[in-house]
Design a protein around this ligand. Structure first.
Ligand SMILES: [Zn+2]
Length: 483
């Protein structure tokens, strides 16, 4: 029989092997597992509930900002994809194809959508006739397929879930405003729901979405010093409109092309959540996206069992009534210590321990997952104090992650030091850059790091020399190795 300590032994230490730690946590906490199909994952109920909580919070904001949900087909005719050269070139190596239906070979191959611009633009070209039809503000929750050679649960899988927003506007300004607004929405959900701090920035020409005029990004720093692109929002300009012929009669009675945006986040956010907050005991969930915010573990002795369980059920019902996501772990055959470890591994933000002594005192012992602090709370004030405690955990977790990000963002101006620093994984490095794409590519070869973003208002680096080529620098760029 395994002992309580085995739980922790089953998870590799973060410092020993971060990748192994990540996989251990994802699998032992029952978030996801490898599917029998290469490159694919199964999202298990606990992991899927986290996704639902994040998805619902984001969906609320998507709707509150004037968008509606719709659904487009999974299959895209090859000719649609090929209309846009950059687009098809950008995705070609990762596209999966359907070549037969039943026993019949198809006349035209169908792509499994790697993204839906092509099919949505085709529909918009039919739907949009006049300026009165604008703006079109549609979002889709869907799965997409991008063939991957390496599988990393949540982070890199051939099939994943996401949302993709696709909007069409009368003016460039409106499209720009929309792209930036959705970047703010992503940033807000990351912070307020997932307690993940992110940098809002703009991608370089080299790193932007194929076919976009401008790509905005929210980038979060992971504890292994790599950056993770948590969401992107693209100002597509009139590029796709011209390719797919999305025209409308404007206010001057002239045919004009619409201006478009697209924006998306994926289930990879769950990977970020695991990495940003987890520790050697396992997962650590912020209350707002925890399937169970509170778990009650009864401390049971034979003689007092029924009284304790009765009171635990009362607490359960009271908290449920107050809208708390709460679970009572009344399983027989497991010691309280075993249960403590299991719920720590699964990241439940708050544990309530309740035994005969607590019953006597009329209180319950709370144990925070994030700080492991213990604190008794009187039962007659449970709802209020628990609500406050959960709010505090949410705030403290964001603060801790923010501190980490700030502490691991450094400014370097010297080329030699820049190269040396990226021999390791220094986090995010702010350095002067000349804005040449060739120079950017060379730096990636030299260091394995890429420019993750420039600030939304790029900061002038006048007077500095580019860390790549030594020429006069134009802007400060933010470099990191990335997921
Ligand atoms: Zn340069």
């Amino acid at each position: 029989m395994s002992t309580e300590k085995d739980f922790v032994k089953e998870i590799c230490s973060r410092d020993v092997d971060f990748s192994q730690w990540y996989i251990d946590v994802v699998r032992k906490a029952e978030l996801a597992d490898y599917a029998p199909v290469r490159g694919c994952m199964v999202i298990r109920p606990y992991g899927y509930t986290i996704w639902e909580l994040v998805r619902d919070a984001l969906d609320d904001e998507i709707k509150a900002t004037g968008h509606q949900n719709a659904y487009f087909p999974l299959l895209i005719p090859e000719s649609f994809l090929q209309k846009e050269a950059d687009h098809v070139e950008g995705f070609a190596p990762q596209v999966g194809w359907v070549t037969a239906g039943g026993n019949e070979e198809l006349e035209e191959r169908l792509a499994l959508r790697p993204t839906s611009e092509a099919i949505i633009c085709e529909m918009y070209s039919k739907w949009i006739r006049s300026w009165r039809d604008l703006p079109v503000m549609i979002n889709q929750w869907a799965n997409v397929i991008r063939w991957e050679k390496v599988t990393r649960l949540f982070l890199r899988t051939t099939e994943f879930l996401w949302q993709e927003g696709h909007t069409a506007h009368e003016t460039r300004e409106e499209a720009e405003e929309e792209a930036l607004k959705m970047l703010d929405v992503y940033d807000d959900v990351l912070r307020s729901v997932m307690a993940i701090p992110a940098y809002k920035g703009i991608k370089t020409e080299r790193e932007k979405f194929p076919g976009a005029e401008q790509t905005y990004t929210v980038e979060a720093l992971m504890p292994d010093g790599r950056a993770l692109q948590a969401g992107t929002s693209h100002n597509l300009g009139q590029h796709f409109a011209k390719v797919f012929n999305i025209t409308y009669l404007d206010r001057n009675d002239e045919q004009s092309y619409v201006y478009q945006t697209s924006w998306g986040v994926t289930t990879r956010l769950i990977g970020a959540l695991v990495m940003v907050h987890g520790d050697d005991y396992g997962l650590k969930l912020p209350p707002r996206c925890a399937p169970y915010q509170v778990v009650i573990v009864p401390i049971i002795y034979e003689e007092s069992k029924s009284g304790i369980l009765e009171k635990c059920n009362e607490i359960l019902n009271e908290l449920r009534g107050a809208g708390v996501r709460v679970h009572l772990d009344d399983r027989d055959g497991y010691t309280p210590g075993w249960k403590f470890n299991e719920w720590e591994l699964r990241g439940v933000p708050l544990r309530l321990e309740f035994g005969p002594k607590d019953l006597e005192k009329g209180s319950v012992l709370t144990v925070r997952r994030d700080t492991r602090e213990k604190q008794p709370i009187p039962l007659d004030d449970l709802n209020r104090e628990l609500g406050e405690l959960l709010d505090r955990i949410q705030v403290d977790m964001l603060e801790a992650a923010t501190k980490y990000t700030v502490d691991h963002t450094t400014t370097i101006t010297d080329r030699a030091q820049f190269l040396l620093t990226f021999k390791g994984r220094p986090g995010i490095v702010r350095a002067p850059w000349c804005r040449s794409g060739a120079c950017e590519g060379k730096m990636q070869e030299e260091t394995g790091a890429t420019i993750r973003f420039l600030k939304l208002e790029p900061e002038s680096a006048a007077g500095e020399k580019c860390v790549g080529c030594g020429e006069d620098a134009e802007h400060w760029a933010y470099f990191a190795k990335a997921y």
